[in-house]
Design a protein. Structure first.
Length: 474
């Protein structure tokens, strides 16, 4: 039975309201000679013909009037799936959280040549949670969007225009930074060869590389990290951390850890570091996953500073003996590590990597960093506004953010549009140009005031090029 195929056809013109819908159907007809079963789906006012699903089990075939769960994987009724007989709660309502498996339960997709998806051994009392089905049928995952707590896990967003860095805690790709001590650790942006992604079906442009060199001391280390806002995230839950990775040589290890950081201000509780496990890399791209339990935060004290706590996801690539007990002794590893497609999600298995629309991903990044600093030369795009000075020879403007920021304690930096130099703006008035340092104040999560003095004249017209960046990273 595990290798049996089935194909589906449908009738009617009504389409489901959305993909991944689940409906209750009633078996109207079973033709053992042709292997065709007709299922009525009242909610959609259609009758659906499914072939070769008659004897799901020789001892437990489908019968007329059996109630079955029918799922649709798209919005065109082209891929119906019979999951199993319906079960009911004590109050008589349909229980879509569990499915009573047929014995065994065969699940298949229409329009595929071979569809042995999941075969559960005969056990009439066993119930299969929808989440379990998602292991083999990710289209039925309980959440199809925003299940990945990592932002920019495919390294598409690079607002800083960053290429490489060696200083510890420096942000590169949006939301990503390296922590390191000892030797030389270089984090850099790398490009995939077109047509040769980390995983088939996931064409991508960039991946991140972490290179450790000349590390040897017991306290040396290298970590790729993303802090996920709010230490309440996944508290007391099972999560799975997955990613694609490879090394330049050998079979080095990566230690996968989460750290619950309870924020700043007041007297927050100490960080709680939890090792999920280790994975061993090869020199070819492969996907790795670690399933772990995140500790409860019961009894913990959060810092008084707003939105300052986090769940830090740490990918350790090198660590001296000082960290042996914490990381189960991965050791010093001077090597080159490449990463792509990082995902952290609730549950005990890794679902397909979630790629959100690029505009959505950018907005998620801009909560923590946003910039209008587009050039370092005269011919690059820039912002140009006009106004006038006030009675104090100051030019004043208001900066409105595209996305509300995490706090009001962000750091603003001004830039010259002609050179890209920081902490200065380029301003012009009739017969005079100057490059003052802008002041940013009256901060809200939605924007702030900015002003620059030194005009040498009051109530005169000014042409300004106010480039800026706002950093509100954890």
């Amino acid at each position: 039975m595990a290798n049996e195929q089935f194909f589906s056809r449908h009738g009617g013109a009504t389409s489901p309201t959305s993909a991944n819908s689940i409906y209750l159907g009633v078996v109207l007809n079973v033709n053992e000679e042709t292997g065709k079963t007709v299922v009525n789906v009242p909610q959609l006012q259609i009758k659906m013909s499914i072939e070769r699903v008659v004897n799901v089990s020789k001892t437990n075939p489908l019968q007329v009037n059996d109630k079955v769960i029918v799922g649709y994987l798209d919005g065109h009724l082209s891929t119906p799936v019979i999951l199993g007989r319906a079960t009911y709660r004590d109050d008589g309502a349909l229980d879509v959280a569990h499915i009573e498996p047929l014995s065994p339960l065969l699940i298949g997709l229409a329009a595929l040549d071979q569809v042995p998806i999941l075969d559960i051994s005969a056990n009439s009392t066993k119930k299969v949670a929808i989440e379990a089905l998602a292991r083999e049928m990710p289209q039925f995952a309980p959440q199809t969007m925003f299940r990945n707590a990592i932002i920019n896990g495919d390294f598409r967003i690079n607002q800083r225009g960053w290429s490489s860095s060696t200083a510890s805690t420096t942000y590169g790709f949006d939301r990503w930074k390296a922590f390191n001590s000892g030797g030389t650790v270089t984090m850099s942006s790398q490009s995939f060869t077109v047509g040769s992604p980390a995983a088939t079906g996931y064409e991508a442009e960039k991946f991140v590389r972490l290179v450790s060199a000349s590390q040897s001391a017991s306290g040396d280390y290298a970590v790729l990290q993303q802090p996920v806002e709010d230490a309440r995230t996944f508290a007391n839950a099972t999560i799975t951390i997955s990613f694609w990775a490879k090394a330049s040589s050998g079979t080095p290890k990566v230690a996968v850890e989460v750290a619950q950081v309870f924020g700043t201000g007041g007297s927050p509780s100490a960080d709680v570091n939890t090792l999920g496990g280790q994975v061993t890399l090869s020199t070819s791209w492969a996907r790795y996953s670690v399933t772990m339990s995140v500790p409860s935060i019961s009894g913990k004290t959060f810092g008084s500073s707003l939105n300052s706590s986090s769940l830090n996801v740490n990918l350790w690539t090198s660590a001296g003996s000082t960290f042996n007990s914490r990381l189960n002794s991965i050791g010093i590893q001077n090597n080159t590590f490449d990463f792509w497609g990082v995902q952290v999600e609730r549950g005990s298995y890794a679902t397909p990597f979630e790629r959100r629309p690029i505009g959505t991903e950018l907005a998620l990044c801009q909560r923590y960093y946003e910039t209008v600093n587009t050039g370092t030369a005269w011919n690059t795009p820039y912002v140009n506004i006009t106004g006038s000075t006030n009675g104090f020879s100051e030019f004043i403007t208001y900066i409105k953010f595209a996305v509300a920021k995490r706090t009001t304690s962000y750091t603003m930096t001004g830039y010259r549009y002609d050179t890209g130099g920081s902490n200065a703006w380029w301003l012009n008035r009739s017969g005079y140009s100057w490059t003052p340092t802008p002041v940013f104040d009256i901060k809200t999560i939605n924007g702030c005031r900015a002003y620059a003095g030194g005009a040498g004249a009051t109530w005169v017209a000014v042409e300004a090029f106010p480039l800026w960046s706002c950093s509100d990273e954890l």
